[in-house]
Design a protein around this ligand. Sequence first.
Ligand code: FMN
Length: 150
Amino acid sequence: MAKVLVAYASLTGNTEEIAELIAEGIRQAGGEAVLKSVTDCNADEINNYEAVLLGAYTWGDGELPDEFLDFYEEMDELDLAGFKAAAFGSGDTGYSIYCGAVDLIVEKLKERGAEIVQESLKIEYGPNAAEKDSCRNFGRQFLETCAAVS
Ligand SMILES: Cc1cc2nc3c(=O)[nH]c(=O)nc-3n(C[C@H](O)[C@H](O)[C@H](O)COP(=O)(O)O)c2cc1C
């Protein structure tokens, strides 16, 4: 059974809700999901898992939120070769760089050698009913991809 870390940064709860739904999807598919705020864990904890999903809302002008900065910097010490990964987050299409933090996370995961196994999940604000299903499917799909390739 694949054990997946789902780590996220959320200020007003939208990304947290997305992360919870993704974790639900992973569990529905028979995987183990450990849900953590990035403020409660260090990046090297990724080594305790088989795969990782990282999420954040976007701040400033397409930037990472402050809560994610330490974790992002700690990732520089990691060798993620062989790790399956993907990213998710909440944003607002009214800003010129929609969900830019999600793209920055994918960049960092790739730089450290992780394999991005599915396209990022970007949700505007909190998920509506249809998007809640998309979040669960994102988790389920991720688990199934990890199980298929491991
Ligand atoms: C000051 C400020 C700057 C923001 N900048 C961006 C941005 O550049 N791109 C984007 O997609 N969303 C941007 N947002 C929108 C947030 O990412 C969005 O409200 C998100 O749903 C918050 O997620 P959370 O509830 O997980 O904290 C910004 C919001 C604020 C208040």
